[in-house]
Design a protein around this ligand. Sequence first.
Ligand code: GSH
Length: 288
Amino acid sequence: MHHEEYENKAIAMPIDDAIGVAAVVARSVDWHGLCTVPGGERNLPRFGAGTHRSVHGLRADRPEPTCEETSMANATLTISSKNYSSWSLRGWLLVKFSGMPFEEVAMPADDPGARAELLLLSPSILVPCLFHDGIKVWDTLAIAEYLNEVCPDAGLLPRERAERAHCRAICGEMHSGFAALRSALPMNLKAHFPGFKVWARAQTDIERIVTIWHECLAQYGGPYLFGERTCADAMFAPVVTRFVTYDVKLDADIVAYGERILAMPEMRQWIADAQREAEEIDELDIEF
Ligand SMILES: N[C@@H](CCC(=O)N[C@@H](CS)C(=O)NCC(=O)O)C(=O)O
């Protein structure tokens, strides 16, 4: 089932779909008191308390903690399947790149109730969602910008203004574009499809991405898109995995960039965790 269809289904409030019901309920009820995530109570904020401090002006009472002052006790990232969820991978890499200690809370695939409760914590009813110091940030680009503010020395964005603009532009392209690639070649780290036939519109997306990478590598000299690692490498990391999964034919420089991404310790850790994920979920065998 396609992701957009899934969202539509949620809005229709099906009685046999706990997450769908949760999504509808989440859009229509007061948030206060809904957060009772098993095992997640320590880090995940209760709505009406910490998350609303800024609204009530209480944040001014104390300085905002820096990246270094953050502990795992006050930073949490909700994610879903490590095999299938490309947005979870992006969000997770961004927090890893930032250096901020955090606890990851994965939505259990086999417990619709717990999944629904975790999704309810995110106003978009999507993952990833970052909770830090009583602040919640959903949507991957917003997470990147937030982390760049809290952890300015991590280099999530390039130091030069023109490079930052370029970086933001290609991250934006990834965030809002490449629909054909995303639906035809969904992330699936455990799978491999030698000789996969890529249809024309997805091929157009692939060619645009390859152009973006070539331009960045030529302009900034590699080894990553903007020299050092930035949020752009996190945004495109799931594409690297798709190129491998679907046996996409690429030139040597692009293959080398992909290998560099896959060799990052963070990627190796994520892929190893994905390999250990027990469930094979037919319904999730799509871009989501
Ligand atoms: N534009 C969003 C996309 C997030 C998204 O589509 N997340 C998917 C997972 S990859 C999701 O939460 N789907 C609902 C579910 O997993 O139950 C972002 O940038 O974070």
